[in-house]
Every structure is written in C-alpha cells, then in structure tokens.
Design a protein around this ligand. Sequence first.
Ligand SMILES: [Zn+2]
Ligand SMILES: [Zn+2]
Length: 263
Amino acid sequence: MVVRAFVLATGSSGNAVLVEAAGVRVLVDAGVGPRQAEERLAALGERLLPRGVDAIVATHEHGDHFGHAEKLARALEAPLYLHPGIAAPRVRRKCHVREFVPGASFRVGGLEVSTAVVPHDAPQVAIRIASDDHALGIATDIGHVTHELVDLLGACDAAIVEANHCSELLAFGPYPPRVQARIAGHLGHLSNAQCAELASRLVGSRIGKLWLGHLSRTNNTPERALTTVRAAARRIAVEVLPHGESAALEIRRVRAYQLALGF
Ligand SMILES: [Zn+2]
Ligand SMILES: [Zn+2]
C-alpha cells in the first residue's frame, strides 16, 4: 500500500506532516492550528475534515511541534499519542491521550509507528510509519546522529530529515552567541554537514530518497543544504522541502530488499 505524506509545515515556525496509507491517517506533530492545517491541505487538493485523522503523534514538546496539540486534538476528536518526556499537564487533562514508550512501536489501524530516541534539548523521538510494504521516516530536531537514528531511517524507503543550518552562516549570522551555541550544540539541531554525515551512513540501506526539512530561514539556504547533502548521499535522491509551503510526497520503494541469493 502506497504511503503518502502531506507536509503542512516544516521549520521553526511550525511542523506538521499528515501521513496516509492503508486507509489510515496519522498526523505527526501539531505545529499548526486546525484552520491552517485545513487550508494547507486544501492547497494540496485534500481535506482534513470531516474525516479527520486517526491519531496525532507528538515528537516533543517544543512549541513549533506541539503548540497546537490541544486545539487540533479537540477539533479533530483524535487521540493524542505522547511519550512520558512530554509533560504538558493541561493537554493531558483536556485531550484523549495515549502514551507510547520512546524506542518502542505501536499500531494505528494497519500502520506501524516505530520510534527512536533522538538527542535534543527536550525529550524527542524520530518516527517511522510503515504500511505492509512502504515506510516513511520523519526525523528533525536532532542534536547529533546516533546509531538508533541510522537504524530507524535505514529501514525506511524515504525520509524527511533535518538540515537546519549551515555552520558558517550560523557562526557569522545575527543570532546571539548563546543561541548559536544551543543550535550548534550536542542537543541542538543538525547542520548541513551533520545531515550529510547521516546521509552517508544511510548509503547502502533500504532508503532511496531524502527530503530536507526544518531549514533555518536565517542560517541556511536550500542551495547550501542540497549541495552539502547530495555530495554525501550516493545513490540516494535528495530534495529540499520548500519553506512555508505545503508539499505532497509519495513514498515509493526505490530499493528492493537485498536478497542473499546464492548465485
Ligand atoms: Zn523544531
Ligand atoms: Zn525542538
């Protein structure tokens, strides 16, 4: 069953990706409100309501991912999947919350949602959503690349990954030193070079396509991100997600599973 993804927003002003397959819809992150989500989906020829979604899965509690969780969960009457690292007492009181364990998998209808713990300055997970035969990874807000992340994404056909900043633009840009240190730090965001490292570690895995997201408007350009990551992503196609625009993605099997045939 083909997996489709509708990127409603990506970046520090909001993150939300609607994933649809096998008749099931999962919204990953709630960084836009119900009206904006409906408008952005309509721009892609789809509707959010009346059908709604079967689950909203939150990666972490930063506002650009979680700021509209309560509104969305209530407007869509959808269960909100949270891990214990997301405190959000008010949201937990007001919404229908289901708990998941970071690093473990759970099912939403016919889809399997797997998670891997990711280093960031709030408890954070990367997500893999799989139908019977296709899988999409979503991994942003990553301080540095880990084995767990490479393993999770290497089992996907395609992934949205973070290429947040160019280290030079960040260092010589307008942000105060404290903020620069946070972004570039071990628990901050992936630079283009770190995203390239991730891509190089995925060469030879199942993955055939990377979409670069969560780009900083101030400290990166789509061209810099593309050039840096493409140079490392041998035999993996790389594209940049447009900032501030919605995008419809189709996840196809590019790479057949490696078959250990004896000839
Ligand atoms: Zn973020
Ligand atoms: Zn974050």
